[in-house]
Ligand binder design. Sequence first.
Ligand code: HAM
Length: 425
Amino acid sequence: MIESPKGVKDILPQDELYWDFFEEIVKKAAKDFEFSRIRTPIFEKTELFSRGVGKRTNLVLKEMYSFKTKGGDALTLRPEGTAAVMRSYIENGMKSQVQPVKLFYLGPFFRHERPQHLRQRQFHQVGFETIGLGPSVVDAELVQVAYAILTKMQLEGFEFQINSLGDSACRPAYLKKIQEYFKTHQRSLCGDCKKSISARPLNIFECAQEKCLHIARVAPKMIDELCEQCHTHFKELLEFLDELEIPYALNPFIVRGLDYYTRTVFEIWLATGEGKFSPSALGGGGRYDGLSVELGGGEIPASGFALGVERILSVLREKEVAITANGKTKKFIFLAQLGFLAKKRSLKLFSNLLKEGIPVVASFARDSLSAQLRIADKADTEYALILGEKELFDRSIILRNMKTGNQEILEMKNLIPELKNRLNI
Ligand code: HAM
């Protein structure tokens, strides 16, 4: 038997309600905050990521699905969305539109990582990018969008972990400073961190080993070394977030693995109790004012974030959040029928209910009432409607509460208003 490749998963029909729920909330937020959808290709030139994300990042060095085509082009399955959105902005002359240009995307991404719970090789992200203007309020609005999406999904206990990485005016001097600091402690660092000192000293802040974190904890922090402009930008951002009453924590250890970030960076963490957080971030983002220069588009300020769809859906499932989507809700009505005449009448009733926007399912191929009710039960329906020959004759229908098993008889002529009332439609 041929199985799916390691690290990828089917999204099965029973998952669809969750995906619809997610997409509906994202699209509504995009509409409310005026972001337009962009769909960039699944693969791009490898150079886009090596230049955009940074050729010494883990993402580019270890995690890309890269290949050569028969024609000799070096291509890569997109490991993230920001570089491609910026490429598209530059390539399609979006600079001439009213700024900022606000774009969102939703789709699959590919990273060759060690598969584990909530870490897949094909996963989905929804991302929001605001390109063309650079004030701190843009960053605040992006945090606000992420916050609006997650709260609409009834997610609780998440927190924005925020930091500033400075910019080209203040970061180089800071990097030198921590290189010197880590050099004086290099004997106590792990092998990877030793190597990072000269190339990417910020990586040490994200090392998984306690001995390295112990040293990193007392290292100089970027936030104390910001230049005046970066400091003001950060201060204003925090003031906006306070005003919006969005829960955040300052975290100097958030350095992000991608090279394009300047100033604001953040991750969204989920609390697991007792002041601890899940190790898998639900999302992350930040400002990336230097990316477009790397891609040959000149100076274009930009900021954005992306959420991991599978990670968020997994939390919704764990927390048993009640979801509704697409006019479909978990409060399905199941229409059961008994006898040939009732089956005939039920077909018509089924389409009438749908026309009225009532979420109904049925299993017309089954005759036995108990088999139909078993399906109703499995589908997690709230009510079953039962139409038999007696009810046909009386112009009535039985309404059975699937949780309690209580049954009542409704007059057929009152059925639709009665259901709408009970389902709050
Ligand atoms: P990222 O932090 O690499 O940022 O990814 C964003 C989110 O995607 C993560 O927080 C996580 O929820 C999800 N994710 C990443 N890798 C995996 C995986 N292997 N399996 C499951 N979920 C995963 C970016 O990609 C940036 N482009 C975000 C951004 C947008 N920055 C500015 N604009």
